[in-house]
Design a protein around this ligand. Structure first.
Ligand SMILES: Cc1ncc(COP(=O)(O)O)c(C=O)c1O
Length: 360
């Protein structure tokens, strides 16, 4: 049986620690998913998600991991002209693979890992050909890069494309204004900056994206935006059985984020933790994997020169921490420090001090 000794302080970029209050919400008694109670819960969560994202767009909720909604965005929003996948890391590559496996036309705009696409590069590429949509990973968890959507959305709109954004490791932690930045699909899971368990993915979907979906055949059943909207419009219903306990915790967490902490303060806390971590990296004589101008405030990726990454990971485990190595092909070449969710600057300082002791 899993016990106390199995639980570590998660400094990995998701899943992250979940507060006791949220965990208590998960243990509430079950409700029927076709009840008014569930409908009201769904509506309240949707309206708070709109507040958090600064949008009036339709909110879609899916009992799946975030990858499910990456697939949904492609199936609903890409038709004859195909899609441009901006590639600068492992999760952007996953989205490209999803595009291809769903039989959609896809081109790539390849950017060095550790960098973000520039407005110039994007303009040049979009001038060459028309697309239905552009896919961008707002925060590349594999490299610690945040792509500045704010500097790119006008270019995408001027080229007549929908803007699809993977915000899995940025939503709730990095400044985003969905309506001001004209984001058509903004999708994420809850196990990262939202500091909740995995299992429910959410997205805001614009009227333009819904209009596009109407023209696209074979959107499937489970992830059809129009079908999900049809049910949502029936007093917050879902076509299939949703993961109700996560809704209880999400409602609690959204009220806390929007009404107590304040979303702008939450972004600032992440910025403060990002700045502190980058300063620590430089003070230690180490280097960032990411171009500092676009370095993420939710996860820092550090080149591991001179550090035995597997050894550090096992030493930190004896101190009760779960440390993140590099992602995929960078497993031993770099490591990552997550500073997202409900994490505090003081907790981060203690963690970095522990690493100092172990590597000195
Ligand atoms: C940027 C990004 N996109 C997509 C995913 C996939 O999310 P999930 O595992 O919830 O499907 C992750 C997971 O780490 C991620 O970091």
């Amino acid at each position: 049986m899993i016990g106390e000794e199995d639980f570590l302080d998660l400094f990995i970029p998701g899943p992250v620690n979940v507060s006791k209050e949220c965990r208590e919400k998960l243990a509430l008694p079950m409700i029927a998913h076709r009840s008014d109670t569930m409908g009201n819960l769904h509506q309240d969560v949707a309206s708070y998600l709109q507040k958090m994202l600064f949008t009036d767009n339709q909110i879609i909720m899916s009992t799946s991991s975030s990858t499910g909604l990456m697939e949904a965005a492609i199936r609903n929003c890409v038709h004859k002209k195909g899609v441009l996948n901006v590639l600068n890391g492992a999760f952007a590559e996953r989205w490209y693979a999803i595009t291809q496996m769903n039989g959609k036309e896809a081109d790539t705009l390849n950017v060095d890992w550790g960098k973000a696409v520039t407005p110039h590069e994007l303009t040049e590429k979009l001038d060459e050909k028309e697309y239905d949509a552009v896919c961008i990973t707002q925060n590349e968890t594999s490299t610690g890069v945040t792509t500045p959507i704010k500097d790119l959305f006008k270019i995408i709109k001027d080229h007549g494309c929908l803007l699809l954004v993977d915000a899995v490791s940025s939503a709730g932690g990095v400044e985003t204004r969905v309506d001001d930045w004209e984001i058509d699909v903004y999708l994420f899971g809850l196990q990262k900056c939202m500091a909740l368990p995995p299992g429910l993915a959410v997205a805001s979907v614009s009227d333009e994206a819904l209009k596009m979906a109407k023209t696209v055949p074979n959107r499937g059943w489970y992830f059809d935006f129009l079908y999900l909207k049809k049910y949502h419009d029936r007093n917050g219903m879902q076509p299939a059985t949703p993961v109700t306990p996560i809704y209880y915790a999400l409602q609690y967490q959204l009220h806390k984020i929007v009404d107590e902490e304040g979303i702008e303060n939450r972004w600032s806390r992440h910025t403060e933790m990002g700045n502190y971590t980058r300063k620590w990296v430089k003070n230690k004589g180490m280097t960032l994997f990411a171009d500092e101008a676009v370095a993420s405030n939710t996860v820092t990726c550090v080149n591991s020169s001179g550090i035995n990454v597997p050894q550090l990971k096992s030493d930190l485990m004896t101190r009760g921490y779960l440390f993140a190595t590099g992602y995929g092909k960078f497993k031993e070449k770099n490591f990552r420090i997550a500073h997202m969710g409900d994490r505090t600057l003081d907790e981060l300082k203690t963690y970095l001090k522990t690493i100092d002791e172990l590597i000195s």
